[in-house]
Each structure stands twice: as C-alpha cells, then as structure tokens.
Design a protein around this ligand. Structure first.
Ligand code: IPE
Ligand code: IPE
Ligand code: MG
Length: 237
C-alpha cells in the first residue's frame, strides 16, 4: 500500500505504541540493559517524526508503566534521568504544532520531572496539530480506578447524578481523545501489559518481532498496512 494518504484512507484516528525491547536490544550486544533506553529514546524521536509525516492525528507512546517501578533501582534511576533530559527536547515540540499530553498518575513522579512535564504540556496547549500522548507512570487499571474515584466524588458533590460510557471516558487521562484503533507492540511479546485497557476495547493489535530501538518508519508503515487488512466489525456483521 502507498504510504501517501495511507492514514487518511484507513480512517485511523489514534494509534498506541508499546515501546518494548530496549533491554533485550542492549543484552544482545553484551551491554547492560539500561544502555538500551537511550536507543529507545532515539527510536521514539524517529517514530514521532514518522507519525507527523504520515498524518496520524493522535499517537500514544507507552514509556513507563506503574509496574516498571519494580525494576532494579539503577535501571529505574537511569530511566528517570533519561526522561528528565528528554523533557528539554519535548519542550521544543511546541514549535512543530504538536499537542503534548502526559497520561498516567501524577502521584509518585519525582518533582523535578513533574515540573518539566507540566511546563512542556503547557507550552503546547495552544497548538492545533497532532496529539502526542506519553504514558508515563501509567497503568490502565490505575486509570480506571482514578476515574471511578472521580465519579464517586462528583456524585457525592451532586455534580453528576448518572454515569454512562461517554461520561466515564471523560474522567480518563485520555479525556477528549478518540479510542485507539491500533496498538503496535514490537519486541515479540503479545500482551497489553496494562496499556489503554479501556480505550483498546475494539482496537486491532499488531505484534512485531523487531526490538523497539530498531523500529523504523518501514515497520510503522508495515503495521498500518496490516491494520488495513483487518475487518473491524464492532460486534456487528
Ligand atoms: C521497554 O523496554 C522500556 C520500558 C519498559 C521502560 P524494556 O526495558 O522492557 O526491554 P525488554 O522488554 O526487557 O527487552
Ligand atoms: C510495557 O513493557 C511497558 C512499557 C513498554 C513502558 P514491559 O516490558 O514493562 O512489559 P512486560 O513486563 O513484558 O509485560
Ligand atoms: Mg519489556
């Protein structure tokens, strides 16, 4: 399939990408696992540019899960330092007309990172282009629980008297964004790992053997092309 207008022809509104395989990429080269993460950051940069080029309206990248805190301290520290230094680059997204949103629990994120996240987000609020969401300290179960608590509080405060899917969705971190059409997971693993479990109710999944640091524009186009072969029925016939 031609890459030109591919996204428009497929009607894709939102894709999710699980950036997995950094550790194995490093281990394959005899390097410590944490050496894979800066390479993963380069792949993120590349992939974001490809998403802009292909005209994807919204993309969510899974960067760090609520479960990833359980990794060895030196790997978590390396990831936090990488994230902090990457924030300066995220600040520049505003010049590309990208709208940035971090999704996930804010509690538990080191203050220094949180400040930069909020600054980077606020710099892009006036933009009108592609949505780039970064799932950081994100867990789908935590997100649903957080939304449920918000709904309970609003009910108690007489701000809502009923709940439906649309209302509940508006309490999620992805409020206002369309559900994901496609989730791409490199690294060979075939699971969601707590990513967008509500929003992926009717998503198509493309699992790929490539490790995230090696993920290329050709891989992205291959995943989109595979999506184009699927028959989405949404329970109908
Ligand atoms: C993804 O790569 C990065 C994060 C989860 C932060 P991994 O570090 O999970 O790499 P593998 O899966 O162990 O190879
Ligand atoms: C999912 O990858 C989280 C991110 C890519 C940020 P993991 O490597 O943490 O997932 P599992 O442990 O293989 O399920
Ligand atoms: Mg992994």
């Amino acid at each position: 399939m031609e890459a030109d207008n591919l996204v428009q022809r497929l009607g894709i509104k939102h894709i999710g990408i699980i950036m997995d395989g950094n550790g194995r990429w490093a281990e394959k080269r005899g390097l410590p696992r944490k050496a894979g993460h800066p390479k993963g950051a380069e792949a993120f940069r590349r992939c974001l540019n490809s998403c802009v080029k292909l005209g994807i309206p919204c993309v969510t990248f899974y960067a760090f899960s609520t479960e990833n805190w359980s990794r060895p301290k030196d790997e978590v520290d390396a990831l936090m330092n990488l994230f902090l230094s990457f924030m300066d680059e995220m600040m520049k997204l505003s010049s590309k007309n990208i709208r940035l949103r971090f999704i996930g629990a804010r509690e538990g994120i080191p203050e220094k990172i949180l400040e930069k996240m909020e600054e980077a987000e606020s710099r892009t609020v006036g933009n009108t282009g592609m949505w780039c969401c970064v799932a950081f300290n994100y867990g789908g179960k935590e997100e649903i629980l957080h939304a449920a608590k918000k709904a309970m509080q609003m009910y108690k405060d007489d701000e809502i008297d009923s709940l439906d899917e649309e209302k509940f969705s508006s309490f999620l971190y992805t409020s206002g964004l369309p559900d994901v059409d496609l989730i791409i997971r490199p690294s060979g693993e075939q699971r969601l790992s707590n990513f967008l479990i509500w929003q992926a109710a009717y998503a198509e999944f493309v699992f790929m053997d490539v490790l995230w640091p090696d993920f290329s524009e050709a891989d992205l186009i291959a995943a989109l092309t595979e999506y184009g072969k699927r028959n989405r029925r949404f329970g109908g016939v």
